[in-house]
Design a protein around this ligand. Structure first.
Ligand SMILES: [Fe+2]
Ligand SMILES: [Fe+2]
Length: 269
């Protein structure tokens, strides 16, 4: 068997159809898990040549954030648009986690690094499926509404530096998810939408670990290079993340994920 983890990661990135990308993500994760559990032949990490931008479906139409229509979050249409936006974020997250594996496969890292990001990529594929199911239950589908362009920008801006990637993607962007998801859960609960509430609760519970993986491996690399984690984090976020971090912060969940207040408060707008 010649397939390596990095090549599997590349295969997810090169899959365009959204449901097929999610299915391939879950399939690759299962293969890696089986190999790590000794239930299948060992899979080497290997190397890959990931595309600059991952393959994506023809829809949704990608718009500049300023041009994406705003809908009242209390309205039925507004809630549908919110679920569509989360689906788009989750599909992007599938690619982000496989990209960290494929793009930085030349950096020597312990097997646990790959276990963590494979698990995160598996969960993002599940999250995408949950959101796509919620949309379909409302007679919509992923792709039916426009979505934000430029979500891959964080990946492109940090494609040369693993520490910058970890600082910006899990420790800033995914941490932001911890701040905003409880409000979304409340909104759907207020409207008695139990399926959306339970899907978002699954996402919320699992995203804490993704932020924690980011913090864990960021600290690991700081230790390897004998650098101060907080100072490096501030410098990398200021250089590679466009804009300020937005309070209010979910300080409790951020703490659970290994992000202390002195990491993010100095970057707040
Ligand atoms: Fe997710
Ligand atoms: Fe995530």
């Amino acid at each position: 068997m010649t397939e390596t983890l990095a090549l599997m990661a590349e295969s997810v990135l090169r899959t365009g159809d959204a449901r097929a990308k999610a299915a391939r993500s879950r399939e690759c994760a299962a293969l890696w898990r089986a190999s790590r559990a000794g239930e299948a032949p060992e899979i080497a990490v290997g190397t890959a040549a990931p595309p600059l931008r991952p393959a994506r479906p023809e829809e949704p139409e990608l718009l500049d954030p300023r041009d994406v229509p705003r809908r009242r979050p209390g309205s039925e249409q507004g809630r549908a648009a919110l679920l569509h936006a989360v689906a788009h974020i989750e599909l992007n997250a599938v690619d982000l986690h496989w990209d960290v594996i494929a793009r930085f496969s030349h950096v020597p890292l312990p097997p646990g690094f790959y276990d963590d990001w494979v698990k995160a990529a598996d969960e993002e594929a599940k999250h995408f499926g949950l959101m796509a199911d919620c949309l379909e239950a409302r007679g919509l589908r992923y792709g039916a509404l426009p979505a934000h362009a430029g979500m891959w920008r964080a990946a492109e801006d940090t494609g040369h530096d693993l520490m910058a990637r970890l600082a910006v993607v899990p420790m800033v962007l995914e941490a932001r998810g911890l701040d905003v998801t409880p409000g979304m859960i409340d909104l759907f609960r207020k409207h008695g939408e139990d399926a959306a509430v339970s899907a978002l609760e699954t996402i919320y519970a699992e995203e804490v670990a993704h932020v924690a993986y980011g913090s864990k491996w960021f600290h690991f690399l700081c230790g390897r290079h004998d650098r101060d984690p907080k100072d490096v984090f501030h410098a990398l976020v200021r250089e590679h993340f466009h804009g300020h971090l937005k309070p209010p912060f979910n300080e409790e969940k951020r703490a659970e994920a290994g992000l202390p207040p002195d990491f993010y408060w100095p970057l707040a707008g």
